[in-house]
Design a protein around this ligand. Structure first.
Ligand code: SAH
Ligand code: SF4
Ligand code: F3S
Length: 493
């Protein structure tokens, strides 16, 4: 990945070639082809701005996980370089929805927003709307948009997001709805513009897609097969980020523990971490998500010996029942999971463990649920994301006829949540009174004169401070544990 300056220079170079008549059509190779379309769009946006006598605004709304958040930074990077100003308001000239489909309610939210947009578009007919991300990889969704949401201008999926500039240009040139969805890809296009949300921290994709096919999950269908990025591309990107002020990175993949298996020169995730650790100026390394079936002893050792890898591990258990885990196709059982947790805690007694849990998987009995409660009691997670099972069309679990009644699921969910909260309270108390390093992230929106920072464990601490501290790592006394967060005081040293 080149620096932001190099990316602008590259675009200027292409603009020159077009102006001098030495580039009359789009090049075949990537990413040059996209730079060609960015140059064309820049010209178009400039003309539009002159016509209207005002700036053009673009709003990107992101649903779903960290992968989508990172993808949106790529979309915003392109929008900014072609001349749009960023806005949070959906009453914009261009609105992009980067969607998620992991659970039904994620879909419903998007349709709700679309209804609102149709009214805005009636008032501003020049307005453009693009839909992308995981939901668009589902045929029935695209059919619904074609039929009921005709005012949408551009629809694309997760595999061709790098073509955003080209697709947008096609939309502008043809003045008709553009739909481009790929079933899968083995392409990874590097060196495109990107606009980071935070100056001091960043996500970094290390792999795309998922090969695990957990029986409830839609992600492998909408994100395609697992592909790892070349280690050198990852290292170069992180070096560039550090040179640009980043001190903390989050390595991203659906199952980071299987990183590198499909590279020409295979490499383990633990080996990659050792390389990342060497990068000077980088202070903190996080990663997600770790699948328990692939978490190696080598990784535990690298983590335990590392000065930079944060003391946090997100280790989704999904269920505590070995029978349900088998049905979920998770390829580990309760015993394996608990042994793994023991090993991790032995190597790093101060580790903060977090997890994902699904309640109400088809056929889940009260006994199965109690096994999940048992795991939660034994592991003592710092926090847990708890989800009610959501039926995803096309997944094996959706075809099961023993779906659990809503009231039973709700009752289990409430009991689980109470246990999770009880543990979180106890766990947070562990560090009360200690002084720990904190990366200051933002001004506190509720407490005037306070800032919010993140501990190595991932927990938040609010303490008196000001804007000048944002992005810095400081020592903070964790004066009072408040369940999921702390109130603290800055230490002078
Ligand atoms: N790759 C990650 C998870 C990505 S999806 C992993 O395997 O850990 C994030 C979480 O959403 C999952 O861990 C799971 O708990 C939840 N989830 C996925 N599909 C779901 C479904 N159909 N219903 C409810 N929760 C689901
Ligand atoms: Fe979904 Fe399982 Fe892949 Fe995670 S590992 S994304 S839960 S299929
Ligand atoms: Fe959602 Fe896609 Fe992430 S379905 S959770 S945005 S990979």
């Amino acid at each position: 990945m080149n620096s932001i300056i190099e990316i602008s220079e590259r675009l200027v170079e292409i603009e020159k070639l077009i102006a001098e008549g030495r580039m009359n059509c789009a090049p075949e190779s990537e990413p040059e082809r996209q730079y060609y379309y960015m140059a064309k769009l820049r010209e178009h946006i400039e003309r539009k701005k002159q016509e209207l006598g005002r700036p053009l605004y673009a709003c990107t709304k992101t649903f779903g996980c960290q992968m989508n958040a990172r993808d949106s930074e790529k979309l915003v990077g392109i929008l900014k370089i072609i001349g749009y100003e960023e806005t949070d308001s959906e009453k914009a000239d261009f609105v992009v929805y980067n969607t998620c489909t992991v659970r039904e309610n994620a879909n419903l939210k998007v349709y709700g927003h679309l209804g609102l947009l149709s009214n805005y578009k009636k008032k501003n007919p020049d307005m453009m709307i693009a839909m992308c991300g995981c939901m668009m990889q589902e045929e029935h969704v695209v059919e619904k948009i074609k039929k009921s949401y005709r005012f949408v201008d551009l629809v694309f999926g997760t595999h061709n997001i790098y073509k955003f500039a080209e697709l947008l240009y096609n939309r502008v040139a043809k003045n008709a709805m553009i739909i481009d969805i790929w079933k899968d890809t083995n392409m990874i296009v590097e060196e495109l513009p990107l606009e980071r949300k935070f100056k001091f921290k960043s996500g970094v994709n290390i792999m795309f897609g998922c090969n695990n096919f957990c029986s409830y999950c839609i992600v492998p269908y909408v994100r395609g097969r697992e592909r790892s990025r070349e280690p050198q591309d990852i290292i170069n990107e992180i070096k560039m980020l550090v040179a640009d002020g980043v001190v903390e990175i989050m390595l991203l993949g659906q199952n980071v523990n299987s990183y590198g298996k499909n590279l020409d020169a295979p490499m383990t995730f633990a080996e990659l971490l050792k390389e990342v650790e060497k990068i000077e100026g980088l202070e903190r390394i996080r990663f997600m998500t770790s699948h328990p079936k692939d978490l190696s002893d080598e990784l535990i050792e690298v983590m335990a010996n590392s000065k930079k890898i944060c003391r946090q591990l997100h280790l989704p258990v999904q269920s505590g029942s070995s029978r349900v885990l088998k049905e979920m196709n998770r390829v580990y059982d309760k015993e394996h999971y608990l042994n793994l947790v023991d090993k991790i805690k032995k190597a790093m007694p101060d580790i903060s463990l977090t997890t994902d849990i699904i309640v109400g998987f088809p056929g889940e009995t009260e006994e199965d649920f109690l096994e999940t409660m048992d795991v939660v009691k034994k592991v003592k997670y710092d926090s847990a994301f708890t989800f009610i099972y959501s039926k995803r069309t096309g997944t094996p679990a959706a075809a099961k006829d023993n779906q659990i009644p809503e009231d039973v699921v709700k009752d289990r969910f409430d009991r689980l949540l109470a246990e999770v909260q009880k543990n979180a309270n106890e766990q947070t108390k562990r560090f009360e009174g200690q002084v720990q390093k904190v990366l200051v992230e933002e001004l506190n929106s509720q407490l005037e004169g306070y800032v919010t920072g993140r501990l190595s464990s991932g927990l938040l601490v609010h303490f008196p401070g000001d804007e000048s501290m944002i992005g810095k790592i400081v020592s903070v006394e964790l004066s009072e544990a408040k369940g999921f967060y702390y109130l603290g005081q800055l230490c002078k040293s």
